[in-house]
Design a protein around this ligand. Structure first.
Ligand code: DX5
Ligand code: ZN
Length: 212
């Protein structure tokens, strides 16, 4: 079954908790986009923002930072149920090991422009096998970009090679393409602007999750 993970970056930060409370009951996770202004040209949220939403739904922290190892501990303390780091970041393997040592779920994220082969070493037991692959379907940095259809083929390839790994897809997902992303093999659909720019965010989130 697919679950929806609303990207809180798409919400009005002045009403962040209110918006999270609205969508949390039907959300598998609340997706929290952490950007350092270096790995991507944007600054977003830190551990205090993440912990402000603790207890509403499991928190899925997507680190778009150059040095993820510096941030594992603070986000675990903030209440993360899952942390993803980018394969393009420094010491990604060490970061995955650190996350696993904290007994929470680990994800390896990949940008659309990075060859898929680079995540494969994270999916073999000889290394520190990640629980999830986060397939980016837009270049990371901002909400509201257009879905890259090439992501569908990537999802299929990962699913074929590793049937049991969780696959999360992030970027440009809305009610019009959620079903095709799910059919390609995704388990978790992240959506920001399609939910929080909608007149009725809860209904939009339900539709993306296939609940309505
Ligand atoms: C992009 C972020 C995404 C983004 C999704 O760097 O990782 O999670 O907030 O927003 P939409 O759904 O609007 O593409
Ligand atoms: Zn994200």
């Amino acid at each position: 079954m697919v679950v929806v993970a609303p990207s809180m970056l798409g919400a009005d930060f002045g009403r962040l908790r209110e918006m999270a409370e609205l969508v949390a009951p039907i959300s598998g996770y609340l997706h929290m986009d952490v950007m350092d202004g270096h790995f991507v040209p944007n600054l977003t949220m830190g551990p205090d923002t993440v912990s402000a939403l603790k207890g509403l739904a499991p928190l899925d922290v997507h680190l778009m930072v150059t040095d993820p190892c510096n941030f594992i501990e603070p986000f675990v303390e903030a209440g993360a149920a899952m942390i993803s780091v980018h394969v393009e970041a420094n010491e990604a393997m060490k970061a995955i090991r650190m996350i696993k040592e904290k007994n929470i779920k680990s994800g390896i994220a990949i940008k659309p422009s990075t060859p898929l082969e680079s995540v494969m070493q994270f999916l073999t037991p000889e290394y520190y096998e990640a629980d999830m692959v986060l397939v980016m379907s837009v270049e990371p940095g901002f909400c509201g970009q257009k879905f890259h259809p090439e992501a569908l083929e990537r999802i299929g390839k990962i699913r074929e090679m590793k049937p049991e790994v969780l696959i999360e897809v992030d970027g440009g997902i809305g009610t019009e393409n959620a079903k095709s992303v799910q059919d390609a093999g995704a388990d978790i659909l992240v959506a920001g602007s399609a939910i929080f720019n909608a007149e009725d965010p809860l209904t939009a989130a339900k539709k993306i999750a296939g609940l309505e």
